[in-house]
Design a protein around this ligand. Structure first.
Ligand SMILES: C[S@@+](CC[C@H](N)C(=O)[O-])C[C@H]1O[C@@H](n2cnc3c(N)ncnc32)[C@H](O)[C@@H]1O
Length: 228
């Protein structure tokens, strides 16, 4: 029995469409990749990691679950170990937003015609700005709360269309601005607190803070609550 997935990894799984070949870049423990196979969402999975000891952890997870025949284990940086393979889905989770941008940027030939599920631990706005500037269409973005932090999970595909970034959407995520659930409210409150601090050095952000306050005023419970 494999240990259950964290809320963050469950949120990624929930956005996964069935596919023949998936890749989990920076797989580490390999738990998400193993669940892709166990759940039938992927027939085969490519597990990659920059670190050999991390990749060994993934191999052990697959051995324990009796799933080694359904996986390849590839050591290397970002998308580079995937050269020669054609996964329909590529997951990059648990890395910083700036690292995910670098990973995409260093393999432009590999990016078209696949779905990416990207879950940054930091630099959320950096990643959203990258999507707009580099022709990625955001198909879905969901927020997930884990260990008192809130993370976005972004489902994107490259369509080559460069988009003009809306500042509020960059910081909040366009889809999150249309939702009124508790996790979204907590996320937007945190973004506003962060932006308020940043206005001390960057007064241009004041209009974004005002727009965000207007948006938060629409929520059913308009209180600054850090329960999540
Ligand atoms: C925090 S763990 C995340 C594990 C798993 N993806 C998750 O979300 O729970 C980050 C893993 O990514 C690997 N990693 C970091 N930078 C990488 C890169 N440029 N290419 C591939 N793997 C990388 C690390 O070695 C580590 O195993």
């Amino acid at each position: 029995m494999l240990r259950p997935l964290s809320a963050r990894l469950e949120a990624i799984l929930a956005l996964t469409d069935p596919c023949k070949l998936a890749a989990d870049v920076g797989t580490d423990h390999g738990l998400l990749a193993a669940r892709l196979i166990q759940s039938g969402l992927a027939k085969t999975v490519l597990c990659t990691d920059l670190s050999a000891p991390s990749l060994d952890k993934a191999k052990k997870t697959f051995e324990k679950a009796g799933l080694v025949a359904f996986a390849r284990f590839l050591e290397g940086d970002g998308l580079k170990p995937l050269a020669g393979y054609d996964p329909e889905l590529v997951i990059v989770a648990g890395l910083g937003g700036d690292t995910i941008c670098r990973i995409l940027n260093e393999s432009p030939e590999f990016v078209p015609n696949r779905t990416f599920l990207l879950q940054p631990m930091s630099g959320h706005e950096t990643l959203r700005a990258y999507f707009d500037a580099h022709g990625f269409c955001v198909q879905e973005e969901r927020l997930v709360a884990e260990n008192r932090r809130i993370y976005p999970v972004c489902k994107v595909r490259y369509d080559g269309v460069v988009r003009k970034s809306d500042p509020l959407a960059l910081y909040c995520g366009a889809r999150n601005l249309t939702r009124t659930d508790e996790v979204t409210r907590a996320y937007l409150c945190r973004v506003r607190a962060h932006l308020k601090r940043a206005t001390r050095h960057e007064s241009a952000l004041e209009s974004v803070v005002r727009a965000l306050s207007d948006r938060l005023a629409d929520f059913p419970q308009n209180k600054e609550d850090e329960r999540i």
